[in-house]
Write a protein that binds this ligand. Structure first.
Ligand code: PMP
Length: 284
């Protein structure tokens, strides 16, 4: 595994970071995961835009241009032999001379990139797709979930809660009992043929898979969708539930809190939407 750290490519064993790095001490950094299938990325520019937005939201100045990031990513893919990869990028605020909360001046951000193996994309076929099971719990994370921060303890604890009870994911709801997202994915439901997903605000990460699906559905026009608040009652009565992310694409959920979603089978709207996604994802 060849990684990139602060200007050089090296074997992961040689990549060393100071314990004073604020990414390590405070989770003070921004990260990104971009899927790449056989050398072809999905959503490269929107992913980079989200990363630039995150850095600007927390005041990290990293001078790499979009073109430089693209070259770095291409180099990393080829050094690691292509295949199905998640390109992991992280920029932390860097290593200060002491541990002190205020943003330091004149500190270079730490720029790190590596690849992670991801599963090959599955067929958009409801008869063979694996159904996910999800738990549900109240969203206890912070109120700036639109920032893709490396401070993931809230997400990690929620994921673990679902995982420990044998689930693939956990759906989260806010104090008003409205669906937000899942611990490492965005969430969609389907009711009477209409696809629904929560609005993009500070309660959810602006998922690129979510964005691509909405864009593709809009362009295609054959599947109606709405972006609006969704109560947990609607979630429990949904015909279909999906969770989406760069590594799992659109995953159909067939079990929620141990009970079947709809008729308990992977749904036809999932199949139709995922076919469209599979067809058009490389356009982004
Ligand atoms: N929400 C959360 C909390 C996430 O961590 C992720 C990404 N792992 C997503 C949504 C999905 O985002 P994307 O489609 O950009 O991978």
């Amino acid at each position: 595994n060849t990684v990139y750290l602060n200007g050089s490519f090296m074997p992961i064993e040689e990549a060393k970071i100071s314990p004073l790095d604020r990414g390590f001490l405070f989770g003070d950094g921004i990260y990104e995961v971009i899927p790449s299938y056989e050398g072809k990325t999905v959503g490269l520019e929107p992913h980079m835009q989200r990363m630039f937005d995150g850095m600007s939201a927390i005041g990290i100045q990293c001078n790499k241009s979009l073109e430089e990031w693209k070259a770095l990513i291409q180099e990393l893919i080829s050094l690691n032999g292509g295949g199905n990869l998640g390109i992991y990028l992280q920029v932390s605020r860097g290593a200060d001379v002491k541990r002190y909360h205020a943003y330091p001046k004149d500190v270079e951000p730490t720029v790190f990139a590596m690849v992670m193996a991801i599963k090959p994309a599955v067929e958009a076929d409801a008869s063979t797709a694996k159904g996910f099971s999800v738990a549900t719990t109240q969203d206890m994370r912070w109120k700036r979930c639109q920032i893709k921060s490396t401070a993931l303890l809230g997400n990690v604890m929620h994921f673990q809660e679902g995982y420990a009870s044998g689930n693939d994911e956990i759906l989260l709801y806010n104090e008003d009992n409205f669906l937000t997202e899942a611990s490492s994915s965005n969430a969609f439901i389907v009711k009477d043929g209409v696809v629904l997903t929560p609005i993009q605000d500070n309660q959810i990460l602006p998922g690129i898979t979510r964005k691509l699906i909405l864009d593709i559905l809009e362009k295609d026009g054959s599947i109606p969708f709405e972006v609006r608040n969704i109560s947990m009652e609607e979630v429990f009565n949904a015909d279909e539930i999906w969770v989406t992310s760069s590594s799992k694409e659109l995953a159909p959920v067939t079990v929620i809190d141990g009970k079947p979603v709809g008729n308990g089978k992977v749904g036809g709207v999932w199949e139709a939407a995922f076919k469209l996604y599979t067809q058009f994802k490389f356009d982004y």
